[in-house]
Design a protein around this ligand. Structure first.
Ligand SMILES: [Zn+2]
Length: 431
């Protein structure tokens, strides 16, 4: 989907050698015709970012950057007058252990833990190649998402920064039961949350309704009582963890909102007819907005299916108009939803009526806030991790420019840099 396929290369932070993992050579100054920092809506033209090690040390207009001491020793990487530098993308909903093919759940159930880790590392690379520098895994088996998160964090494997939920809490035989999070009683829920905390997950995922990918599970039917969901949120937050609720049907959405979850996944208002959006409730949408709960509508999976695309676009438009805070996420890994196609979801958000600036916020700074990692990523700010991308074109004018990736930097490590000769040339800008 992007030009990076031929030119992907890794500079994987020292290749795993002890003590050398994050010694990422000298400073680099990336310059382009446009810089979108993700702070405010103003574009800086032309602009640049100075990176040293894993961090951003300066960003802004070119003359000011050239005046800094670090810029004198920096490698200059000029991306051209037609290029835009912006924060790395955040995918708020992925499953690294699902392969995005026709029967991903079957494969997950049939694979050993070692095989799963291989798949998860492959999918992590696909995310990076699409410009995703932070991803939230909302359902894996055997806590393997923790293993992969930590491997990436140490610099032992390439991948986006991961925020992981472990096993989704689900009723016996419920949606994604095969990930190992079945709970039959409030006591089970409590024990499962404590186990997650001890294992080291970042958050708790709870299946507030059934889902589409598990046979015998109905997306419109609510799973846990309002009291159980409230207990899940209380218990998780006492351990410093947020809760993400998978919720398709109105009743399950309503209970999760009352319980005070941090994010609603899908939030598709699927009715008993199985149609996305057929049970939309404006008063409940207003309640979501007032409670400042983030909604991740996982537009990729829905927009790929003709029978769901129109319904999900209507729901997103309504939610947005009512002030609900939308964040971008793909559900990558589920049936026929690949990890390298993040941009499809952004185009679906734009098609649903979100202005380009809103789409970019949903894909960067706002998503980082929803995931609790905005102190490290989501904007191009000195002191934050060097997570940035560059595209050929201006995504504010044309969101499809995000398909033309020419640079991906994650925590200072370059994973994609397309040689200027490999993309349509623009006159070199002189600063
Ligand atoms: Zn999911």
């Amino acid at each position: 989907m992007n030009a990076s396929a031929n030119s992907l290369y890794f500079r994987c932070a020292g290749g795993g050698r002890p003590g050398a993992r994050f010694d990422l050579s000298g400073p680099r100054l990336y310059t382009a015709g446009t810089l979108l920092t993700g702070v405010g809506t103003e574009a800086i033209r032309p602009g640049g970012v100075l990176v040293r090690g894993t961090s951003i040390i300066a960003a802004g207009a070119i003359p000011a950057l050239l005046a800094t001491d670090h810029s004198r020793s920096a490698e200059l990487v000029d991306l051209g007058a037609g290029a835009t530098i912006m924060p790395g993308l955040v995918d708020s909903h992925v499953h690294l252990g699902l392969d995005g093919g026709p029967r991903p759940a079957e494969r997950m159930q049939g694979e050993s833990e070692a095989e799963q880790v291989v798949l998860m590392l492959r999918n992590a690379v696909s995310l990076l190649a699409a410009g995703v520098t932070t991803a939230r895994d909302l359902g894996a088996k055997s806590f393997l998402d923790i293993t992969v998160r930590d491997a990436v964090s140490r610099g032992d494997a390439p991948g986006p920064r991961l925020v992981v939920a472990g096993r989704p809490l689900t009723p016996k035989g419920g949606h994604c039961w095969f990930m190992g999070g079945e709970c039959e009683s409030p006591q089970d829920l409590r024990e499962m949350i404590h186990q997650h905390h001890e294992m080291g997950t970042d958050l708790i995922k709870v299946m507030s309704t059934g889902g589409f990918i598990t046979s015998g599970s109905a997306p419109w039917s609510a799973n846990f009582s309002a009291g159980e969901l409230a207990m899940v949120v209380k218990e998780a937050s006492s351990l410093g963890m947020r809760v993400a609720a998978h919720a398709h049907g109105r009743e399950g959405i309503s209970r999760a909102v009352t319980a005070g979850v941090a994010t609603l996944e899908h939030c598709s208002f699927t009715g008993r007819d199985g149609m996305v959006g057929s049970d939309f409730d404006p008063a409940l949408a207003d309640k979501i907005a007032a409670a400042e709960i983030y909604v991740c509508p996982t537009t990729n999976i829905h927009s790929l299916l003709p029978e769901r695309a129109e319904g999900v676009a209507r729901v997103i438009a309504e939610l947005h108009q009512r002030g609900v805070r939308i964040i971008a996420g793909t559900d990558a890994g589920v049936d026929n939803c690949a990890h390298g196609e993040y941009q499809i979801g952004l185009e679906a958000l734009a098609k649903a009526g979100l202005p380009a600036s809103e789409v970019l916020a949903a894909a960067t700074a706002r998503a980082a806030r929803a995931l609790g990692v905005d102190d490290r990523t989501g904007s191009i700010t000195p002191g934050r991790d060097a997570d940035l991308i560059a595209v050929d074109g201006d995504p504010l004018a044309d969101i499809s420019a995000l398909r033309r990736l020419i640079l991906v930097v994650a925590r200072g490590a370059e994973h994609v840099r397309v040689a200027r000769s490999a993309w349509p040339g623009r006159p070199r800008v002189t600063y």
